[in-house]
Design a protein around this ligand. Structure first.
Ligand code: AMP
Length: 459
């Protein structure tokens, strides 16, 4: 998964983008990058491995002059974790430069790539997104938005995009609207971001969503909108369940309200009447636990403390030592848990490994009974459209029944939210969402993308 951010028409476009990326850090922690276009038309970029706070110093951003910039935070789902695969991609072609920041996964990238390679294209990364750069460069369209429309017509899958061609900024969503993208205003400048929390940090106001199948072009001639043919809406429901920040509005709805509604629906479907208290696995399930507590009348407690300073560079304990891995990140509050029957709310169970470690910690802190409630249905399949879920073999709910999962993670009871309950709870549901990872109803054929050997080792 990834976060994208862009600015057109502000003197400090790169600095604003740098700030915006801080607010999109949760969408990708492997690498970050910014490309800016100077008034003389020259595009410059910087890409770093790691967190924005670790990789970017003011000295990295200050050479990026100019009123137009785009940025990206990356979580690899297609292509390995190397600097080659960091974005934005910046390339030169006969008309000048082309830069691209992509959120989502294309499912036919390998086929398109092979066709392009057969016609002489050379790729510098193993990313699916690079095919879009080649397709744009090969287009004979004159206007930048038509160039992007030509490219988007040839790919299938999820893509929210920010593109720079010359000093035109393009913002686009795929025809199914899989990933979010919002447009904002900051004085005379235009700002685009994956989530509204990134508009907040720069003081921009929300103008509207980029529509499914829409390309918005911003340049000296003004703002233009090009509407491509759309397909049935498949907005990613997991954005509301887990991925987006609760202070954001995605797909026109509040993530906080969505998660509270998911928690309330969970309490109705999977009550736990004898319990003493409810607590969240922080941070992604905080709002769902609030909803569960509101609906059930159980007291909400802070029973699990998360260490926010761990970052991604902490030394990973050995694979077998799951408890140690969990302990680095979470610690239970004995005072709250000792002798109690507790409801632990989490937004999802993926492999079940973190969950099992957490349950062991909660029991060791003296909890009498541990009842787990999950504010989404069992995840039974991988995501092909941009969420980093493992293969079916590793997904606990693809391989075990709910009672078996309860035994394996060591809880006294386990209750998941139903698919219908989840879709009814999210804003603008129940229709128009992709729920393939829960239901197995994939809107496209599986991807043909395959990772390539990176040219340069990770830095
Ligand atoms: P696990 O123990 O492997 O099932 O992990 C469950 C935890 O992972 C939950 O706390 C989720 O909030 C979190 N989670 C859900 N989806 C993802 C994801 N795509 N990447 C990382 N963590 C996730």
């Amino acid at each position: 998964m990834c976060g994208i951010f862009g600015v057109w028409g502000h003197q400090r476009a790169a600095a604003l983008t740098h700030l915006g990326l801080y607010s999109l850090q949760h969408r990708g922690q492997e690498s970050a990058g910014i490309v800016a276009v100077a008034p003389d038309g020259v595009a410059r970029g910087v890409r770093k491995m790691g967190l924005v706070s670790e990789g970017f110093a003011a000295a990295d951003v200050s050479p990026l002059h100019g009123p137009v910039a785009i940025g990206h935070t990356r979580y690899s789902t297609a292509g390995s974790s190397t600097i080659d695969n960091a974005q934005p991609v910046l390339a030169r072609f006969r008309e000048g430069h082309l830069a691209l920041a992509h959120n989502g996964n294309l499912v036919n990238a390998l086929e398109v790539r092979r066709e392009l390679e057969d016609r002489g294209s050379i790729f510098s990364s193993s990313m699916d997104s690079e095919v879009l750069v080649h397709l744009m460069a090969r287009s004979s369209a004159v206007k930048p938005e038509h160039r992007l429309a030509d490219a988007m017509a040839k790919v299938e899958g999820a893509s929210s995009l920010l593109v720079l061609i010359g000093s035109t900024l393009l913002a686009a969503r795929d025809p199914r609207g899989w990933r979010p993208l919002v447009m904002g205003r900051l004085g005379d400048a235009w700002v685009f971001a994956s989530e509204t929390c990134a508009l907040d940090i720069v003081g921009a106001t929300v103008e509207r969503e980029v529509l499914p199948g829409e390309i918005i072009a911003v340049d000296r001639d003004g703002v233009r909108s090009l509407q491509m043919p759309t397909l049935p809406l498949t907005r990613c429901v997991f954005e509301h369940v887990y991925f987006a920040r609760p202070d954001s509005y995605v797909f026109g709805g509040s993530v906080d309200r969505a998660r509270r509604a998911l928690g309330r629906q969970l309490a109705r479907e999977q009550p736990c009447p004898g319990a003493d208290l409810v607590f969240a696995v922080p941070d992604s399930s905080n709002s769902a636990a609030v909803g569960y507590a509101e609906e059930s009348g159980l007291r909400l407690e802070l029973a699990l403390i998360r260490n926010h300073y761990v970052g991604r560079t902490f030394i990973q304990p050995s694979q077998g030592d799951r408890d140690a891995k969990v302990k680095v990140k979470y610690n239970p509050v004995r005072e709250v848990l000792a002798g109690k029957s507790v409801v632990m709310v989490d937004d999802s169970i993926v492999r079940g490994t973190t969950t099992r470690g957490l349950v062991a910690l909660i029991r060791a802190a003296g909890a009498r009974e541990v009842h787990m409630r999950v504010s989404s249905p069992p995840i039974t399949g991988p995501c092909y459209y941009g969420i980093d879920t493992p293969s079916k073999e590793e997904l606990i709910a693809a391989n075990y029944t709910v009672p078996e999962i309860a035994r394996r993670i060591g809880v006294d009871s386990l209750g998941y939210l139903s698919l219908e309950g989840m879709l009814a709870a999210v804003p603008d549901g129940p229709k128009g969402f992709c729920h393939a990872c829960f239901s197995g109803e994939y809107p496209t054929a599986p991807p043909t993308t395959a990772d390539r050997t990176p040219l340069v080792a990770a830095k």
